[in-house]
Design a protein around this ligand. Sequence first.
Ligand code: HEC
Length: 508
Amino acid sequence: MTESDPPRRSIIGPIFFSLCGFLVIAALAALPFWAGKPQENNLPEVAKFIGRFHPVVLHLPIGMLVWVLIIEAGNLIFRKSAQSSSRSAIFFTAFSAVLAALLGFLLYFSMPDYDKDLVERHLVGGIILACCAVAAFVVKTWVDALEGRGTKHYRYLLLCCAGVMAFTSHDGASLTHGKGYLTDHAPDPLRKALGLPARTTEKPLKKTDDPIVYTDVIVPILEQKCYSCHNAEKRKGKYQMDKYDLLLAGGTKGHGIIPGKSADSNMMVRINLPEGDDEHMPPEGKKDLEEHEVVLIKWWIDGGASKDAKLTDLPMTDAVKQALSMRVSPEKRTQQNAAASQPVKQTAGRRDSLKADIAQLSAQFPSALNFESQDSNNLVFTAVGIRKKFGDEDLAKLKPVLPAMTALDLSSTKVTDEGAKILADATDLKSLRLPETDVSDLALDHLTKLSHLESLNLYGTRVSNAGILKLAGMKQLKKLYLWHTDVDAAGARALGEKLPDCEIVMGQ
Ligand code: HEC
């Protein structure tokens, strides 16, 4: 036995595996015909239970197949055709793919309220994938027995498996997460290539014209909180909510919405059930509707649940007005939540403790001092209305409230380097505007202490190349405005190297 003439392996193994493989493939292919239409009621509970493991098990063949592809890509690159290195891996791929297909089948029979076309395509895809994987394993046993002959066919089969897998897992994801799960946030060029319309960025409520209550108020709420389970593919309770007619029609339990009668509308009944109730919607674990959203839905239903009524067509109350004002875009809300969970938490109660100071300052500088938002403890101050009447002594009066200040606009005021000293107390300050003031490099010494400062405007001041280098340690700085200062391009570049994340605006 030499290396150039290794012994032929027995072909009994491959023949045995071919027979088994053939039987498995035939059985899988016959499965849909043999089982007939899905009927949830005929299925034993234990079968339904086992079927629920499909979403867990299906990751096995995906991972294994990727592993096989990696091994074979390695073999191809290093020209090791006769290797049997991926045989056990393709065996487990085939085995787990068959298992996943069988479990998927049980799931299909226990949850008949999915979109029929999509679920059937997914089912067929899963079966084809399992068959391809079994065939690939059988071929691999032959390839190994024949010392690497036919490796090509094995690799073609693997490519088939990969293609079917991509297709099938996309359908599976659409079933569980809704059709646009993968593509919703895809970049526009990719969406275009897939034949999808460009991404709709958040529809702003047009202030000028009268918004339509259903499309502009109700749909955005349902979209966020209900559509994920009640859409064309996933009709939980046989209830599809993303079409107006179906939203009203309801599901297995009848009317979703009875116009004018929110109390009798199934949808409202479910929403109003206590949160612990099994039938409460959205179900446990999903983000509940907010109070103002419930107010708006109820208002719309009681107002006739019209598809095209305008905001002004429905009777307006203070509660509704308030609820309408609470709607913010999802992005804005995340920003607000992020801001709210930051240092503000420690400052809870700050609002109360500062009340007296704020009242006094508000009287002195009318409409200059405000809270960042309705439910924020953060203060913002703008001297835009006062400008030249506002100097260092005035700035000193803000001292007690400076720690709560997040934005300070001192544009064109008489503030000088002396005043800038006080600013070191504004430890939470994120945005500071000092354009066209008398500050110079000396002021920058004090500003470096502002560890949350993200935006600094020094437009039209006397700061210089040497001065701004003091800011080199302010890694949190995102924007710095320096046009019409003594800083030149070289100076800006020198600082830019120290602060790669900061956008330095020179005004050219
Ligand atoms: C996580 C998935 C999920 C979300 C999100 C969800 N639902 Fe459901 N919904 C279900 C399931 C499952 C059923 C069927 C079981 C049942 O009746 O409780 C159902 C049933 C219903 C039904 C009864 C349909 C019928 O006639 O049988 C209504 C009404 C309903 N949901 C309303 C809503 C509303 C309104 C929202 C959004 C606020 C919502 N659901 C969000 C899963 C969900």
